[in-house]
Design a protein around this ligand. Structure first.
Ligand SMILES: C[S@@+](CC[C@H](N)C(=O)[O-])C[C@H]1O[C@@H](n2cnc3c(N)ncnc32)[C@H](O)[C@@H]1O
Length: 225
């Protein structure tokens, strides 16, 4: 049985087949590179992206010479990333399929980041496992960036049973049928609590209006406690 948080696989396939365009656009979010620089991450540091989607952030960082691996649960997303990586002349083998909730890579990283993935996780156990992945895969002095949709005040939670249902959406001036995906927005206090319950500490938490595809997001900079 498919999990509700796999609905992006259907959405990517539908958007790519109907438009041959990236659902999330081509632009990267500058926040990631700003924070890599803030924490002194260099070309020798190991970086992992969790839930990279169509790969706009990882491909940009690979082009800039960073040592990035990028993963997503959606095979269609990873197919798209590899195709674009080849077009951009960066290493396509850096992209791989991975469910962050059930995988242990037996490897630790200097820096792990995730853009707009945690808000897809509606069930608390799934959210707890997401943060646990960061805890288990960060080096002792490693840093993590967890970006979630929302302003930290408004809360919202979709019914996981609604995931995959087809809905008509306007995309690039064209009406297309795409799968509904899940969403949970939490308060700033809830976000900090769930991160800290996983054995991580929040170094900084800010609102950010520059994340590609989202009006406003919370950006948590984290490390091991
Ligand atoms: C809103 S999209 C964001 C994609 C990309 N980070 C971006 O900024 O465009 C959420 C992504 O999380 C991925 N995702 C959801 N659940 C996941 C899981 N359990 N493990 C890995 N990726 C997951 C989806 O497949 C989708 O690509």
């Amino acid at each position: 049985m498919k999990h509700y948080y796999e609905a992006y696989e259907d959405r990517y396939k539908q958007v790519h087949a109907q438009t041959n365009k990236a659902w999330s656009g081509e632009s990267h979010s500058p926040t990631i590179e700003t924070l890599l620089k803030k924490y002194g991450v260099c070309s020798n540091s190991s970086i992992l992206e969790v839930g990279c989607g169509e790969g706009q952030n990882a491909i940009y960082l690979l082009k800039e010479g960073y040592n990035v691996e990028a993963s997503d649960i959606s095979p269609e997303a990873i197919r798209w990333c590899k195709q674009n990586a080849k077009k951009c002349g960066v290493d396509a083998s850096k992209f791989f399929v991975m469910d962050v909730l059930s995988n242990n890579l037996n490897k630790k990283y200097d820096f792990i980041y995730s853009v707009a993935v945690i808000h897809m996780l509606v069930e608390q156990l799934d959210r707890d496992n997401f943060f646990k992945f960061f805890y288990e895969h960060l080096k002792e002095n490693g840093k993590g960036i967890i970006i979630t949709m929302g302003d930290g005040v408004q809360t919202y939670k979709t019914n996981p049973n609604d995931a995959f249902k087809l809905a008509t959406r306007n995309f690039e001036g064209k009406n297309i049928e795409i799968a509904t995906t899940s969403c949970r927005m939490v308060t700033k206090e809830e976000f900090v609590n769930e991160i800290e319950r996983a054995g991580l500490k929040v170094l900084n938490l800010e609102l950010d209006e520059s994340i590609q595809g989202f009006n406003i997001c919370m950006v948590a900079e984290v490390a091991l406690k």
